[in-house]
Design a protein around this ligand. Structure first.
Ligand SMILES: Nc1ncnc2c1ncn2[C@@H]1O[C@H](COP(=O)(O)OP(=O)(O)OP(=O)(O)O)[C@@H](O)[C@H]1O
Ligand SMILES: [Mg+2]
Length: 293
């Protein structure tokens, strides 16, 4: 394991806006080891997707940069597959063809047609979507589209899997199933994963480290929490584990005490403009409902 497999150094970014440049990120420094699972957590609009898009090569930092295995990242590449916040399937292709497109890009000349078909089926099975392989995106639900997006990313066997709230749109059971599958897949393949989430339980369950971001503008890393729980991790056992609950409390404290949601401070109506974070405020752990506000 290298300590500097993926390295963000002094990453800052400014977006041009009609009112002048908007500094979204300020001097983000982060070193990620090979095979590590890192979650990014922070309030809506703080800059999580921007960090991920810079690592993906889809956005360029204004200053600073990203190194993967000592090589500068300056464009997108199949070794850094992205699962977007909102699915991004080609509407005119079937589920199978959407995954096939990615597989051809990576494995052309390395796999024959039969091997490719087997590999596509294998990845669709991982996300329980084999039954819908001939359907087009318009014919399947939002959660199903997201699952195909995950299969497509996994099928590229990326060195780094970048996931932007990959399970946000899914029902609780599918979400739990995919979280478990992701842990198994990562254990088997050893990919490095960077995942954005708003779900504190998901972050603690899956991560080796949770990177907690400060509020923007000029957001940066506020704190990093190491999750020192043995693997394989089982959600039911962990619900009653005192270390697990202490980690969750740390993250909640960061989000609601140290980095209050800016929308709450503007709020004079008694309502909040940030339902996503509100939802976490009474988070469910097993049978227990934890009130945090
Ligand atoms: N292309 C752009 N032009 C101008 N401002 C932008 C652009 N992209 C992002 N921003 C701003 O940068 C900040 C960070 O955005 P980003 O999408 O990274 O937030 P986020 O943490 O992913 O939020 P969410 O949790 O809601 O997805 C926000 O204030 C956003 O308005
Ligand atoms: Mg985002």
């Amino acid at each position: 394991m290298s300590n500097e497999y993926l390295e963000l150094s002094q990453v800052s970014i400014e977006f041009p806006t009609p009112k002048g440049p908007f500094k979204a990120l300020n001097q983000v420094d982060l070193k990620i080891s090979q095979g590590e699972f890192v979650s990014l957590i922070g309030h809506s609009g703080c800059g999580k997707s921007t960090v991920l898009n810079i690592i993906a090569g889809l956005l360029k930092a204004t200053t600073g940069g990203v190194l993967l295995e000592s090589r500068e990242v300056d464009e997108p590449g199949p070794e850094r597959a992205v699962v977007f916040q909102h699915h991004s399937l080609f509407p005119w292709l079937t589920v199978y063809q959407n995954v096939e497109l990615a597989v051809k890009k990576v494995f052309k000349g390395k796999m024959n047609k039969r091997e490719m078909a087997e590999w596509i089926h294998h990845n669709l099975e991982l996300v329980h979507m084999r039954h819908a392989e001939h359907k087009r995106p318009a014919e399947i639900s939002g959660g199903m589209k997201q699952r195909v997006g995950i299969a497509r990313a996994l099928a590229m066997q990326p060195k780094v899997l970048l996931m932007d709230e990959p399970f946000g749109a899914l029902d609780a059971l599918t979400r739990a199933h995919l979280q478990d599958s992701l842990m198994e897949i990562q254990d088997e393949l050893g990919n490095t994963v960077i995942m954005i989430t708003h779900d504190v339980d998901e972050a603690v369950l899956l991560s080796d480290r949770i990177v907690m971001m400060t509020n923007g503008p000029a957001a940066t890393i506020g704190d990093i929490l190491h999750i020192d729980l043995p693997r394989p991790r089982r959600r039911v056992e962990l619900a009653g584990d005192s270390r697990y609950n202490a980690y969750r409390a740390e993250v909640l404290k960061f989000l609601y005490e140290r980095q209050r949601n800016p929308a709450d401070d503007d709020d004079t109506s008694g309502k909040t403009a940030q339902p996503k974070i509100r939802a976490v405020k009474t988070a469910q752990v097993g049978d227990e409902k934890v009130k945090v506000a």
